[in-house]
Unconditional design. Structure first.
Length: 551
C-alpha cells in the first residue's frame, strides 16, 4: 500500500526490489488511495515492475476503507505480506498497525525487508503479516522502454460509497509566522533577569514524589481523559499530562493518569501526575519490567472494556499499539480516531478541539477537528502545552490487573543526560578562542547548576573539530545532533545555517557576541523562532559580568 507521496517511498521501493530479485516467486499488487489526477504518479512509480496497479478512488487516506479494500481483494487471493511505509509524512501514522489489527494479522516494524539466506522466506516474519518499513531501497533509473511501459500501464479503480470514504479531508496549511516579540534582553543586566525568571519558572514546575495513600480500585466509566505515563519518559509524561488537561478543559472532563510501572517508581510518577493537572491516578504493577508492545495493547483493551467512548493521550511511542487496537476494535463497529504526533491544541468551540501536527518535515501543518467520541492521541516529548496546576482532591489507587509474562519487557536503565533532549544548552562557537574561553563557559555552567539548572555543552564544528575543545558528540548541526531546548546561551557563535538550522524553534537564545552583525544576532529579522536576545560585547567581559549578576 503506497500513499501518493514521493517523499515516503520506504514500503514501495522495497516491495519493487523484492519483486525484482524474485520475479518468479513474487506477485506484487500496488494499492494507492487517490483520485484520477494521481494516476500518473502511480504509473510512473510502479507501472513497469508491479503485476497490478490498483487505485482506491478516495480523496484522503481512510484506514477503515483501506482495510475493506484489502478484504475485497482477498476474496480472489490472499496476500502473504502487506507492506507499507511506517511513518507517513502526511500525518497518517499507525496505518500499518491499524491494518494488522483490522485484518487479524501480526504486525512487524523493520528498517528493511530481510530475506532468509535460503531464499524461501523473510527473516523473523511469518506470513500472513503486515510489515511497516522505514528504510527505502537504493534509487534506480528507468530506461526509455521501461518509462514508456510505466506510463501506459493499466490501472484498476476501486470505488467505495461509505460515508467514511467521502468525509472531508484534513486541512493542510503553511506554518503561520509567529509575531516577533519585543526583544527585552539586550544587556547583561536584562540577560541576568531573564535567567532568574527562567529558573523561577522551572523551579515552580518541579514535582515532588507522592507520599499519600495508594488504595485499591478499578477502572470505571466516569468520562475522564486517560493519560498514559511511561516509567522512563519524564519529559513525555509532562507533555501527555498537560495535553490531557487542555483537552479536559474543553470537554469539561477530568484527567486520570494510568501508570503501568514497577511499584517502587509509583511515587515519582504519581508526583508528576499530581503536579501536572491529573485529578486521579490508577497504577498497574509491572514487577521489575515495563509493558511490551503486546502489553500496551492489553492496557488499551482494558480501557476499552470499561469505557464506552475513551479519549486516551500518550507519548508517540504508543502509536503502534494505538493503530493495532483501533483496527481490531473497528470490527466491533466502535470507531476510534487515531491522531499521531499532535504538537498543538486549540479550542475551536465549547465542544470541539483543533489538533495541529507538523507534517512533510515541518513544511506544512495538518489540522484535524476533534468533536469528542473515542480517540487515541499521541504527542511528541518536546511539545509545548500550557502548564497545568495541581487539582484539588487528587487520589491514587492500584488496579487489580494480572500481568502476563509476554506483556512485559525489560525496564531500561535510566538514561543519562542527553544533548538532544537537554532543556538548557550553553552553545560554544569559535569566538571563545581557546581553553580560556572554555574555562569561562565552565564557570558559567557551575553557576547555573548552583541555581538548580542542568545545562549541557553544545558547540559548532569549529569548536569540536578545529579547536578540539569539546568531543564530537557535543557538536550541534548538520554533521552533529539536532536539539530543541527551551534556553540556549550562545557564546561567540556567528550563526552559520549548518548550525542554526538544528537549534529547534522553541528556545530563547541569549546570544553573546562582539559582532552585532553576526547572522545569529540578527536571526529574528528573518525568522520568528527561535527568539534571539543579542547582547553585544566582548564575551570575556560580558559573560564574567553575567556570572557576577547571577550571584
Amino acid at each position: 500500500i503506497w500513499m501518493p507521496d514521493p517523499l515516503d517511498l520506504a514500503g514501495l521501493t522495497q516491495a519493487l526490489e523484492l519483486k525484482a530479485r524474485n520475479a518468479t516467486h513474487v506477485t506484487l499488487d500496488v494499492l494507492m488511495p487517490g483520485l484520477a489526477r494521481h494516476d500518473h504518479i502511480l504509473c510512473g512509480s510502479a507501472g513497469a515492475e508491479a503485476d497490478r496497479l490498483i487505485r482506491l478512488n478516495i480523496e484522503s487516506t481512510v484506514p477503515a476503507v483501506l482495510a475493506e479494500a484489502i478484504r475485497t481483494l482477498e476474496l480472489f487471493k490472499q496476500y502473504d505480506l502487506i507492506l507499507i511505509g511506517s511513518h507517513c509524512l502526511n500525518g497518517d501514522q499507525g496505518i500499518g498497525a491499524y491494518l494488522a489489527g483490522s485484518l487479524g494479522r501480526t504486525h512487524h516494524q523493520r528498517e528493511r525487508i530481510e530475506v532468509r539466506t535460503d531464499g524461501l522466506g523473510l527473516e523473523r516474519v511469518a506470513p500472513p503479516a503486515v510489515l511497516s518499513t522505514t528504510g527505502a531501497a537504493a534509487e534506480t533509473t528507468q530506461d526509455i522502454a521501461a518509462a514508456v511501459a510505466s506510463a501506459s500501464a493499466p490501472i484498476m479503480v476501486m470505488e467505495f460509497s461509505s460515508k467514511e470514504a467521502v468525509a472531508a479531508p484534513p486541512r493542510f496549511e503553511m506554518p503561520a509566522r509567529a509575531a516577533v516579540k519585543t526583544i527585552t534582553a539586550t544587556s547583561v543586566t536584562a540577560a541576568a533577569e531573564h535567567l532568574k525568571s527562567y529558573v523561577a519558572a522551572a523551579s515552580s514546575g518541579r514535582d515532588e514524589a507522592y507520599s499519600g495513600e495508594v488504595g485499591r480500585g478499578r477502572l470505571v466509566d466516569d468520562g475522564a481523559i486517560c493519560a498514559l505515563l511511561d516509567p522512563r519518559e519524564h519529559r513525555s509524561n509532562v507533555a501527555v499530562l498537560r495535553a490531557s488537561r487542555q483537552i479536559a478543559g474543553t470537554f469539561k472532563r477530568q484527567v486520570r493518569a494510568l501508570i503501568p510501572a514497577p511499584r517502587d517508581i509509583w511515587p515519582a510518577l504519581l508526583g508528576v501526575a499530581r503536579a501536572n493537572g491529573a485529578n486521579q491516578a490508577s497504577c498497574i504493577n509491572t514487577g521489575d519490567g515495563m509493558l511490551s508492545i503486546e502489553g500496551k495493547r492489553e492496557a488499551l483493551r482494558l480501557i476499552l472494556k470499561t469505557t464506552h467512548t475513551p479519549l486516551v493521550v500518550a507519548g508517540d511511542y504508543w502509536i503502534g499499539a494505538f493503530g493495532f487496537v483501533s483496527g481490531e476494535t473497528s470490527l466491533a463497529s466502535k470507531k476510534i480516531q487515531v491522531f499521531g504526533n499532535v504538537s498543538q491544541l486549540t479550542g475551536h468551540d465549547a465542544a470541539s478541539q483543533v489538533l495541529s501536527l507538523p507534517v512533510y518535515d515541518n513544511r506544512l501543518i495538518r489540522r484535524e477537528l476533534l468533536k469528542g467520541g473515542a480517540a487515541f492521541i499521541t504527542v511528541p516529548r518536546d511539545a509545548e502545552f500550557p502548564a497545568a496546576s495541581a487539582q484539588d482532591g487528587f487520589a491514587a489507587a492500584a488496579l487489580d490487573f494480572t500481568i502476563e509474562t509476554e506483556w512485559l519487557m525489560a525496564l531500561p536503565s535510566e538514561a543519562g543526560p542527553s544533548l538532544s533532549l537537554a532543556d538548557v544548552i550553553i552553545d560554544l562557537g569559535y569566538g571563545i578562542r581557546d581553553r580560556t574561553g572554555l574555562e569561562l563557559a565552565q564557570e558559567l555552567k557551575k553557576k547555573l547548576e548552583s541555581m538548580g539548572l542542568l545545562p549541557m555543552f553544545g558547540a559548532t564544528r569549529k569548536v569540536t573539530q578545529d579547536l578540539k575543545l569539546l568531543p564530537l558528540d557535543a557538536q550541534i548541526g548538520q554533521t552533529g545532533v539536532r536539539v530543541n531546548p527551551k534556553l540556549i546561551i550562545a557564546l561567540g557563535i556567528s550563526g552559520a545555517p549548518q548550525h542554526t538550522d538544528y537549534l529547534g524553534t522553541r528556545a530563547d537564545i541569549l546570544c553573546f557576541n562582539k559582532d552585532s552583525d553576526a547572522p545569529l544576532m540578527k536571526l529574528n529579522q528573518s525568522r520568528p523562532a527561535p527568539r534571539v536576545h543579542p547582547i553585544v560585547g566582548d564575551i570575556f567581559v560580558t559573560v564574567r559580568e553575567l556570572i557576577k549578576k547571577l550571584s
